[in-house]
Design a protein around this ligand. Structure first.
Ligand code: SAM
Length: 190
C-alpha cells in the first residue's frame, strides 16, 4: 500500500482536511475559470442521463455546477468514506437533479450492475487505488455502451513550490498523487 492510500481513512472521514487543501488551491490559483465549472463544460452530458460520481467526496463539484447542467439527471454519489457519502447526498439532494442516491462503495469493486450508467465521473481519486487499472475497468463495466468516463488527476508539477518547501518536514519533494496516477499513466490506462 502506498503512503497516500495508508493515510486515507484519516484524510477522508469527513471533508475537513480536504477543505483545508481546497482553500490553498483557491487562494493561489491563477486559472481564469474555476476548476469545477471548467470540468463541467467538458462533460458531454445529455438530459435524462444516469450519472455515477466515484470518489464523490463532499459533492462540491455538483453544488458548484448544478445550475448550469441539463435537466432530469439522475445522480449516484459513491465514495469509500461513509462520511463523505452522507455529506455529498445532503448537499446534492436539494439541488436540481431528478434523483440523488448515496452509496458507500470501493471503486475497485463497484456495487452496480453492468451497463447501469450513461456517464461515470472520477475526479482526483484514482491515485488512491492500489490498482487504478482495476478501478477504470470497473467504471467501464458499469457504463452503458456509448456512455462516457471522465477522469481528472494531478499533473507532475502540481504545487511544486509547496512540495519543495515541505521537504523540511520530511514530505516528498513532489506530488505523490501525480506519481501514482498522473497524466501519462491516466492516458495509458484509459
Ligand atoms: C481528493 S478527494 C476528491 C473528491 C471529489 N471527487 C472532488 O474532486 O472534489 C478523493 C476522494 O476519493 C475517495 N476515495 C478514495 N479511495 C476510494 C476508493 N477506493 N473508492 C471510492 N472512493 C475512494 C476519498 O474518500 C475522497 O472522498
Amino acid at each position: 500500500m502506498s503512503s497516500i492510500t495508508s493515510v486515507m481513512a484519516q484524510q477522508y472521514s469527513d471533508s475537513q482536511k480536504l477543505a483545508a487543501r481546497a482553500r490553498i488551491n483557491s487562494k493561489y490559483t491563477i486559472a481564469e475559470v474555476g476548476w469545477f465549472p471548467w470540468v463541467a463544460g467538458k462533460l458531454p452530458l445529455e438530459a435524462g442521463d444516469r450519472i455515477l460520481d466515484v470518489g464523490c467526496g463532499p459533492g462540491w463539484f455538483w453544488s458548484a455546477t448544478a445550475n448550469g447542467l441539463l435537466e432530469a439527471l439522475d445522480l449516484t454519489l459513491a465514495d469509500l468514506s461513509p462520511g463523505m457519502v452522507e455529506e455529498a447526498a445532503q448537499r446534492c439532494k436539494p439541488l436540481t437533479f431528478r434523483s440523488v442516491q448515496g452509496q458507500q462503495a470501493d471503486a475497485s469493486v463497484l456495487p452496480f450492475d453492468d451497463g447501469s450508467f450513461d456517464a461515470v465521473i472520477a475526479m482526483h481519486m484514482l491515485y488512491h487505488l492500489p490498482d487504478p487499472a482495476k478501478g477504470i475497468a470497473e467504471m467501464y463495466r458499469v457504463l452503458k455502451p456509448g456512455g462516457f468516463l471522465a477522469v481528472t488527476t494531478n499533473g507532475a508539477g502540481n504545487m511544486r513550490r509547496m512540495y519543495e518547501l515541505t521537504t523540511v518536514f520530511g514530505s516528498p519533494p513532489s506530488d505523490p498523487a501525480a506519481a501514482a496516477f498522473g497524466f501519462e499513466t491516466a492516458e495509458r490506462l484509459m
